[in-house]
Design a protein. Sequence first.
Length: 156
Amino acid sequence: MTLSQPPEAAPPVRSMPRLLGQLALGAFLLLAGISHLTFNRDAFQAQVPSWVPLEPDLVVVLSGIAEITLGLALLALHRWRVAVGWTVAAFFVAIFPGNISQFVTATDSFGLNSDLSRGIRLAFQPLLVLWALWATGAWRYRRSRAAVRRSRIAGR
């Protein structure tokens, strides 16, 4: 590295609120995944949209395994937190159509028995995406990497 080249962007420094947010999201996903495989399995099956070309139980089992894996990754893989953060955010985006389907088809599940309650749930899904990106520092890391690239281009 020369003086004219800025250093590579390092993963963001951990703050206590971000760490606690990451751990809380990990615990939330771990519990949600376990509930997919055990005590809420039927409720989750009711939420699988009819247009999904797989058996509802298989979808619930696979999403439960994914949530357990992502929850454990958030709890244990701190060195990889940025990649895990993007993966968790992508997972929340991937399951969003199922939440939209629940709203559109007026499917009652988990006490979501009105358009208002299902609509509120829809509003919270993007917040989960933001939570994953904020708590892991993924968005901040992306921005710092972009700044490094811009400064390199400007320095040429």
